[in-house]
Write a protein that binds this ligand. Structure first.
Ligand code: HEC
Length: 490
């Protein structure tokens, strides 16, 4: 069952797919061959060419020392205490035997590198419902979040720790905003999202999320860090002033992990601020209501706790929690038609999710997943939500937005999903609580981190040059990036 779901999701990589629900597949579909099984379940760790990555190379030289029964046992039972998962729960004995036999055949040649176009300016995209031309707006480093000010300027975060201003004419101001609090940049952390108060014209509040080191651990070789949210203002000289804390966890929640800080901001119409915090690499946090990690939080604009939050009366629960059981959510958006809150989150190894977030619900991380994770065998459980759609192999979804402007008529009310590993921008057609169609708008301009609609009604997208396998740059390194926009043609 888990396998057929994953195989179906893998097929979404083709340009357009219609399906009624993510969890249905015709029983007559042929069983997947071992090469496909390996690509879907193993290649992410062992490499498509079996040359290794997160897991060891599975070459003949290594495996010659193992008998087939050992290989089958390793695949079925995993290797406890390592990242090698047990597949006994999701693959049949026949499939496991086929995989073990497949490992004895010559490894396929390294697949061609993902095409990457470092200068997309002027590229024309012919898509299902709209043709667009890519325009580069500004170049900067590992951009993470952006927001437009009412005067047309754009604020953009660079993950290494800089808040940049793009003038109305598109010029990137050379000097970053000065006077930000100390930011700990490393691995997934740094300066992350930026948002403005819905009533910004009157109060000037700007919200920033970032990772900081616990002052008590700054002398440690690996400082303990955590996601923080603040607000402040820009003065006439573009200096950061008036800092107020919106969210800061107790020191005991800071960890030496460098992963999964979240953290996307989204205001609702009533002035509540939603923001996401990842589980910081320990999935137990996601199920623990006493921990702020692995949660979507909801606060008032000043950081105080709304009285109608779901866990305000639960003993020991963090009162800002809105939903839990999340791994690393990096995207939040309102559906303009239904008013539902949509979210994207990174899965462990495959199993990236798009969810509808509802008050007090448990999204299952730590217990269930559509991806591979040691310690997780199930894909569903009572009282835990299922994703609307999920992605295996991974696309590493980050920022998402619904389009409600009028510049691309065929895209009205579509959900746009950026993907880091997938280097892609996806368009999802949504009807109620279902994704009815998907399209990849591009997949070759680099890691795609965020997408927002500008005041001109155009989609603006943050890109970063690829990292990780085959690029010569570590997966979480900072690299050059840019802001692009999609200009409709005709
Ligand atoms: C999340 C990462 C991950 C995934 C997914 C994964 N592996 Fe592994 N695998 C590992 C790691 C790590 C090891 C090394 C374990 C150890 O230290 O002994 C390993 C070890 C193995 C070994 C033992 C090699 C030896 O020397 O005996 C085999 C065989 C193997 N994996 C096959 C598979 C197959 C087949 C799949 C897919 C069905 C798969 N693995 C999926 C991470 C992974």
């Amino acid at each position: 069952m888990g396998l057929t779901i994953r195989t179906l999701a893998a097929a979404t990589a083709s340009v357009l797919l219609l399906w009624s629900a993510a969890h249905s597949q015709a029983p007559s579909d042929p069983p997947a061959g071992p090469a496909r099984l390996f690509a879907d379940n193993c290649a992410g760790c062992h490499g498509a060419d079996r040359a290794g990555g997160r897991g060891p190379a599975l070459t003949e030289a290594r495996l010659v020392a193992r008998v087939d029964a050992q290989l089958r046992h390793t695949i079925a039972a995993g290797v406890p205490g390592t990242e090698m998962p047990a597949f006994g729960g999701t693959l049949s004995n026949t499939q496991i035997a086929a995989l073990a036999a497949y490992l004895r055949t010559p490894a396929p040649a390294t697949p061609p590198r993902h095409p990457f176009v470092p200068s997309p300016d002027g590229q024309v995209l012919h898509t299902q419902k709209q043709d667009v031309r890519v325009e580069v707006v500004a170049r900067l480093e590992t951009p993470w979040g952006m927001v437009f000010l009412p005067d047309g300027r754009m604020l953009v975060t660079e993950r290494p720790g800089r808040l940049r201003i793009v003038a109305r004419n598109g010029a990137l101001l050379p000097a970053p905003v000065s006077g930000l609090p100390p930011i700990h940049a490393g691995q997934d952390g740094g300066l992350l999202d930026v948002a403005i108060h819905p009533d910004y014209r009157r109060n000037g509040w700007i919200y920033l999320s970032y990772s900081e080191a616990d002052p008590g651990s700054s002398a440690d070789p690996v400082p303990r860090t955590m996601t923080v949210a603040i607000r402040g203002r820009l003065d006439a000289n573009n200096r950061w002033t008036d800092t107020q804390t919106i969210f800061r966890a107790p020191s005991a929640r800071y960890t030496t992990s460098g992963s999964h800080y979240g953290s996307r901001f989204l205001f609702d119409r009533h002035g509540h601020l939603f923001f996401s915090v990842g589980e910081r690499g320990d999935m137990r946090n996601a199920q623990d209501l006493a921990s702020p990690l692995g949660k979507i939080h909801r606060v008032n604009a000043d950081g105080s706790v709304p009285a109608d939050n779901p866990f305000v009366h639960t003993p020991d629960a963090v009162p800002t929690i809105w939903s839990y059981g999340h791994r690393n959510p990096e995207g939040l958006a309102w559906d303009p038609v239904t008013g539902l809150l949509w979210e994207s989150e990174h899965g462990p190894f495959g199993g990236d999710e798009i969810n509808i977030i509802e008050k007090g619900r448990n999204y299952g991380w730590g217990v269930i997943s559509m991806g591979k994770q040691p310690g997780i065998t199930g894909t569903s459980a009572p009282g835990m939500e299922q994703p609307v759609v999920f992605y295996t192999p991974t696309i590493a979804p980050s920022g998402i937005t619904f389009y409600s402007g009028s510049k691309y008529p065929g895209w009205k009310n579509s959900l746009f999903v950026s993907g880091l590993a997938g280097q892609q921008l996806r368009r999802l057609e949504i009807h109620g609580r279902q994704v009815t169609a998907q399209e990849i708008l591009f997949d070759k301009f680099g890691r795609t981190r965020a997408v927002v609609t500008g005041p001109d009604g155009l989609l603006y997208i943050l890109l970063q040059n690829p990292t990780g396998l085959g690029t010569g740059v570590g997966l979480s390194e900072s690299t050059p990036g840019m802001i692009i926009r999609l200009v409709p043609i005709k």
